[in-house]
Design a binder for this molecule. Structure first.
Ligand code: CA
Length: 231
């Protein structure tokens, strides 16, 4: 990349923080850090970072609240949560608050670097996509402003919708979504769950009856199919 990507690491544990700084500086990133929730929040809201790595358990203000405050200000800001527990509850809460991804501690540094690269790649390559998606239920989704009227979408939810929409009604497997939207080459059970969590969130936003989906349809054994206008 022509300019170094700017990364903010919000992490109170000294050993992890300094380890992450070393790794990302080595990989060519411009890195800033915060140890406390309040400092992390102020820096996170400054808008000067391409991506924020955000620990959940922090003194002062926790990572969930920081993520929530970032989203209130900027829905596009890439955020990856570092969660101590790999419990579904933590992951669901992080993703509901709009984190682009999460990495459970203890994490593999190589995997974290790959995920940072994947999130940055997606956030930088969205301009050439269609400006709107028209669904079969006549909802029109504004892909640039991440909304449909009053309904707002996270960057990741929009990436899922755009990938499904680009397939012209073909069912897309969870593995393909993980590879194309999340940038994962390999997957584990917890990660395919991530796709299902996002699909469930999208259905609550776009289906009139999420328990009986008519727009994001599950095709048994094949994946998810998005029904767009005139299909
Ligand atoms: Ca911590």
């Amino acid at each position: 990349m022509a300019q170094k990507a700017r990364l903010l690491i919000v992490e109170d544990e000294e050993a992890i923080r300094s380890g992450l700084v070393d790794v990302f500086v080595y990989h060519g990133y411009d890195v800033d850090t915060a140890e406390h929730g309040k400092d992390g929040l102020n820096k996170a809201l400054s808008g000067q970072f391409d991506l924020i790595l955000l620990d959940v358990m922090l003194p002062g203000i926790d990572g969930f609240e920081i993520c929530d405050r970032i989203r209130q200000q900027d829905r596009q800001q890439p955020v990856i949560m570092l969660t101590a527990k790999s419990s579904d509850e933590d992951i669901v809460q992080g993703l509901t608050l709009g984190a682009d991804d999460y990495v459970a501690k203890p994490f593999s540094v190589t995997q974290l670097v790959l995920r940072v690269q994947a999130v940055l790649r997606r956030s930088g390559t969205t301009e050439d996509a269609a400006k709107e998606i028209r669904l079969n239920n006549s909802m029109v989704i504004d892909t640039e402003n991440l909304c449909a009227g009053e309904i707002v979408f996270t960057r990741r939810e929009m990436d899922v919708l755009q990938h499904l929409a680009a397939q012209s009604g073909r069912p897309v497997s969870r593995e393909e979504l993980l590879a194309r939207v999340w940038g994962y080459a390999n997957h584990m059970e917890i990660e395919t769950r991530t796709v299902d969590i996002h699909i469930a969130k999208l259905r609550r936003k776009i289906e009139s009856d999420p328990s009986s989906p008519q727009t994001i349809i599950t095709v048994r054994g094949a994946g998810y199919r998005l029904m767009i206008e005139n299909e």
